[in-house]
Design a protein around this ligand. Structure first.
Ligand SMILES: *[C@@H]1O[C@H](CO)[C@@H](O)[C@H](O)[C@H]1NC(C)=O
Ligand SMILES: *[C@@H]1O[C@H](CO)[C@@H](O)[C@H](O)[C@H]1NC(C)=O
Ligand SMILES: *[C@@H]1O[C@H](CO)[C@@H](O)[C@H](O)[C@H]1NC(C)=O
Length: 385
């Protein structure tokens, strides 16, 4: 963990764990019967994620609330997201301290050959505990140590994991406004001493959603980013109003960055390999491919040199530094699009909706992959108080 300090690049994980260390040690004291004494002084932590918040967004529009928070706190200079840079794997990394290969949420769309089940972030399969139980999220760890936690829509936080939910949580519902999520969190932190939470997680879908629709380089994104800054301002103001701002450590971060795509940069797998030979498990920019029985070599051979804008790996050859290999849910073949490129089966595949009218300027985007250093390190994290 300390290695990142030396290299000058600590992930948000690092900061979450740094802030939680004192929390853990207090709880150790608690077990020796000093709980009463400590409840009031327990350090508190609120972890906030704005999905898909690229590191440079705060520099392209006025972002007074972000800048003020940075000034009062600490800004991490360099963040490396966990591979693959998608929403579920990275949000679970943030609350488990583990790479995806170790926590088991290896993608947004998965297949587990032992369970013989598929998982998709778009379906109720996310409520099947077995997907999440290769690791223990912080809210469970904290509760087992005698603390209390509250979760407002953080991925996985409304799923029963190792027999537990957060003490307080909201059922996932994308229509619930950021402001009501904040109000809930504030309520939980400011409850009477024995009821109050020590650790809170708060998730917001933007600017990811707009980024995917508009493209991170679109000028229309400016308004969205400015809106996020206002939301941060709202959060800080509510914390102050509830007299929590001085008491609660705050980490603001994100799960991944975003790279601009182009309708001229599309790779159609159908041109290279028949769909009959494999199942498409997870989508671009890192595609999970499950070859049909005994078709691994054939599928790999057809793809490996097919297109210079994609990198094709057999599972055992995925570069070590990605820490993305040792899990049965990682597919036998993964294909990584080079930055700016999109992999689809053909141009009418569902993911292509944003390109349906090619006369429009490019309006589709996706997360960037880790290998693309400049755009993918992005993510911000800072700590106040
Ligand atoms: C896996 O599940 C599918 C149905 O979803 C079923 O058709 C198939 O037989 C199962 N495979 C095994 C090996 O159990
Ligand atoms: C989701 O939230 C919206 C807005 O608060 C509400 O109108 C809707 O009923 C909720 N949906 C469910 C399924 O609870
Ligand atoms: C493209 O894929 C869709 C399904 O995603 C299929 O219905 C359609 O026939 C395919 N088109 C071509 C030209 O292969």
């Amino acid at each position: 963990m300390l290695r990142c300090l030396l290299r000058g690049g600590c992930g948000p994980l690092f900061w979450v764990w740094v802030l939680l260390l004192p929390l853990a040690s207090l709880h150790r004291l608690n077990q020796h019967g000093r709980r009463e004494h400590n409840v009031k002084d327990r350090p508190k932590l609120l972890l906030v994620s704005f999905d898909g918040f690229r590191w440079d967004y705060i520099y392209r529009v006025p972002a007074p609330n972000f800048l003020k928070l940075i000034e009062e706190g600490v800004k991490v200079e360099h963040v490396e997201n966990a591979y693959i840079t998608k929403t579920l794997p990275n949000h679970y990394s943030l609350v488990t301290g583990l790479y995806a290969e170790s926590h088991g949420i290896v993608a947004n769309e998965m297949y587990d050959p032992v369970l013989n089940r598929s998982f998709s972030m778009e379906t109720d399969s996310i409520y099947d505990s077995r997907w999440w139980e290769q690791a223990v999220p912080l809210w469970v760890t904290i509760q087992k140590a005698g603390g209390r936690s509250g979760a407002a829509m953080w991925p996985g936080s409304d799923v029963r994991i190792h027999g537990m939910y957060p003490n307080k949580y909201l059922q996932y519902n994308a229509s619930v406004s950021f402001e009501s999520r904040v109000e809930q969190i504030i309520k939980w932190f400011s409850a009477p001493e024995e009821e109050a939470v020590d650790f809170g997680v708060l998730y917001w879908e933007e600017p990811d959603e707009s980024g995917h629709k508009l493209g991170p380089q679109s000028t229309q994104m400016d308004k969205v980013i400015y809106g996020i800054d206002e939301k941060l301002g709202f959060l800080i103001n509510e914390l102050k109003k509830a007299r929590l701002y001085e008491k609660v450590n705050l980490i603001v971060t994100s799960d991944h960055g975003m790279a601009q795509l182009s309708p001229d940069k599309i790779i159609e797998l159908d041109q290279y390999v028949s769909r009959d030979l494999y199942t498409w498990v997870d989508k671009s920019p890192v595609v999970g491919i499950l070859p049909k029985d005994a078709k691994l070599e054939e599928v790999y051979d057809k793809l490996v040199d097919a297109n210079q804008n994609m990198l094709v790996y057999k599972k055992e050859n995925i570069p070590q530094h990605f820490h993305y290999q040792h899990n049965i849910r990682i597919m036998p073949i993964i294909i990584e699009a080079r930055e700016g490129w999109t992999i689809v089966q053909n141009r009418s595949s569902p993911f292509m909706c944003a390109y349906s009218n090619l006369l429009h300027v490019c309006v589709c985007v996706c997360v960037s992959v880790c290998v693309c250093v400049l755009l993918s390190l992005p993510t911000i994290a800072f700590i106040s108080s």
